[in-house]
Design a protein around this ligand. Structure first.
Ligand code: NAD
Length: 253
């Protein structure tokens, strides 16, 4: 394992599970001090307890609440004194028949999946400007193409993709890089039910050039790359981590 984050401080939201957990583990393994953020306190503690105590802090926060997000960043600065990277990763995955999507469901997805990403970026900016740091947002292949029955999620992830581009323009001259990842189906808490459905998995695998679903560590590796100096001339990129799915024009194999 390389040691690209020694002396650096990173925030990972949605760190209690899946891609966020794998990302936090990756940063810690590469020497970072990591702030693990999630609204699920019990799972967050479990993850943190399995990592070196001097390298992690946990903060329970709901990313859809801008004051909580401001508080989370302030707590990280209070504990570690600086901020080099924020990974805005927390998300929910909900959809349904468009005619029956309630205001409540629409707001729930928007408030976490896009508002929460913006709040994280905004709160981190003054600190990232000092360190010439970087932002990585977890979007999705669902942000670059539609899924059947997932319009709120698709709308929110599409907004994340373009927020990443827009912020890259505004922040480049300040020395802050902003990139995103667009994973396809990944084995996490979010997709647990799908992973038990062998027929569905086979259907997915047939459409994925690499022939299998993604593991959270494979997304974490790309996030860590984008956050690191190895990606020093990359900004505004939304990197597909999708086994080749987005290379297809949609025709069946
Ligand atoms: P997950 O459910 O395993 O983890 C998501 C975490 O986010 C959970 O720990 C949850 O408690 C937390 N969270 C949700 N809402 C929150 C809120 N308002 N405030 C704070 N924390 C909150 O799912 P995952 O698959 O690891 O998802 C991580 C990100 O990856 C999400 O943005 C998701 O949309 C994206 N993504 C996932 C897949 C996939 O197939 N799993 C594919 C593409 C993109």
């Amino acid at each position: 394992m390389v040691d690209r984050f020694h002396g650096k401080v990173v925030i990972v939201t949605g760190a209690a599970s899946g891609i966020g957990e794998a990302t936090a583990r990756r940063f810690v393994a590469e020497g970072a001090k990591a702030a693990l953020i999630d609204r699920d306190e019990a799972s967050l503690e479990k993850v943190a307890n399995s990592l070196p105590a001097d390298q992690v802090m946990v903060q329970t926060a709901d990313v859809s609440d801008s004051r909580a997000v401001d508080g989370m960043v302030a707590a990280v600065i209070g504990r570690f004194g600086r901020l080099d990277v924020i990974v805005n990763n927390a998300g929910v995955h909900e959809g349904g028949d468009p005619a029956s999507i309630t205001d409540e469901k629409w707001r729930k997805v928007m408030s976490t999946d896009i508002d929460g990403v913006f709040y994280g970026c905004r709160a981190a900016l003054p600190h990232l400007e000092k360190t010439k740091g970087s932002i990585v947002n977890t979007a999705s292949v669902s942000g670059t193409g539609g899924d059947w029955g997932m319009s709120p999620y698709n709308a929110a992830k599409g907004a994340v993709v373009n927020l990443t581009r827009a912020l890259a323009l505004d922040l480049g001259k300040k020395g802050i890089r902003v990139n995103g990842v667009c994973p396809s189906l990944t084995r996490t808490g979010m997709t647990e039910d799908m992973m038990d459905d062998k027929k569905l998995l086979t259907k997915f695998a047939e459409r994925i050039p690499l022939g299998r679903v993604c593991e959270p560590q494979e997304v974490a590796a790309v996030i860590a790359f984008l956050a690191s100096d190895d990606a020093s001339f990359m900004t505004g990129a939304n990197v597909a981590v999708d086994g080749g799915v987005s290379a297809s024009n949609g025709q069946p194999p």
